[in-house]
Design a protein around this ligand. Structure first.
Ligand code: PMP
Length: 285
């Protein structure tokens, strides 16, 4: 991803893609002082763009820094990046981090907060699993308690266990891993929220120790519009056996059916397909 043509917005201006570098003593690289957003543009427009910009600023505050741009400034910057990319459908990555500067210890309040935005083409996050149903491994890593880490931030530090979980899953031929939380309840996948269907009703984990995804919130709204009952609650591992359908939601994942989690199988049923197709329509409308 580094050596290519194109433009990246960095600290207020568009620069050459391959020149968008940082110093090795960047605080974020050593101590994970970084927050980011994953967004998708459809037909030239970023879906829920302002909500993503607001979340980026909030994530920064949760890990103790102020993103040095307003929502309006971030919106303008994203538009510029998208226009420079020439893409209509694109994945947009905004990232803000504590840079190099005065301090090289854990405390770094004097180091500047920096920010960059890039956009590129990114097709279906789970490839052809999008149609057939993804196969998920069960991770040995647990989502941490909100008393351990600010778990509602989209912060780099929370992704260390996600990367390890996903690597382990891929080594077993799975597309992703489902993670339990610190109490043993079902939590989410490594970069997407999870939903289950049973007897025509929907069950999804209460997002009390992981990201309450914007796609998750959108899909809950779609289900309510369809007068389908949604239970946001703690889900025990024993319950997996009784669920009939399952899907993942995320900006990158969109709505992806799940066919298998560990030894449990799910059908790609009518409701899963309806929600996946409905989401596709919504993001383009
Ligand atoms: N959980 C995690 C860990 C994620 O990385 C993401 C992707 N941002 C999500 C859930 C889904 O969030 P959203 O729908 O806002 O993309």
């Amino acid at each position: 991803y580094d050596d290519r043509d194109g433009k990246i917005w960095m600290d207020g201006k568009l620069i050459e893609w391959r020149d968008a570098n940082v110093h090795i003593l960047t605080h974020a690289m050593h101590y994970a002082s970084s927050v980011f957003e994953g967004e998708r543009a459809y037909n030239g427009k970023i879906f829920l763009s302002r909500k993503h910009s607001e979340r980026l600023i909030r994530s920064g505050q949760l890990i103790d820094f102020q993103v040095p741009y307003s929502v309006d400034e971030i919106e303008k910057a994203k538009e510029g990046v998208l226009a420079a990319s020439g893409l209509q459908d694109a994945y947009v990555r905004a990232v803000a981090w504590r840079g190099a500067g005065e301090d090289m210890g854990v405390a770094s309040a004097r180091n500047p907060v920096r920010m960059a935005i890039a956009a590129w083409e990114w097709g279906a996050y789970y490839g052809d699993a999008k149609m057939k149903g993804a196969k998920l491994d069960i991770s040995k890593w647990k989502r941490p308690s909100p008393e351990t880490i600010p778990s509602s931030a989209k912060a780099a530090g929370l992704y260390m266990i996600c990367t390890m979980s996903k690597h382990a899953a891929e080594a077993k031929g799975c597309s992703d891993a489902m993670m339990f939380d610190y109490r043993g309840y079902v939590a989410e996948a490594t970069g997407a929220n999870i939903f289950f269907v049973k007897n025509g009703e929907v069950h999804t984990p209460d997002p009390d120790c992981f990201l309450n995804g914007l796609t998750r919130q959108t899909v809950i709204g779609m289900l309510k519009d369809r007068q389908i009952k949604v239970h946001e609650r703690h889900i025990m591992p024993e319950e997996l056996e009784g669920f009939e359908q399952c899907w993942l939601t995320g900006t990158a994942a969109e709505v992806t059916p799940v066919g298998q989690i560990g030894d449990y199988n799910f059908e790609v049923g009518a409701l899963t397909r309806d929600i996946a197709e409905g989401y596709e329509k919504l993001v383009r409308s």
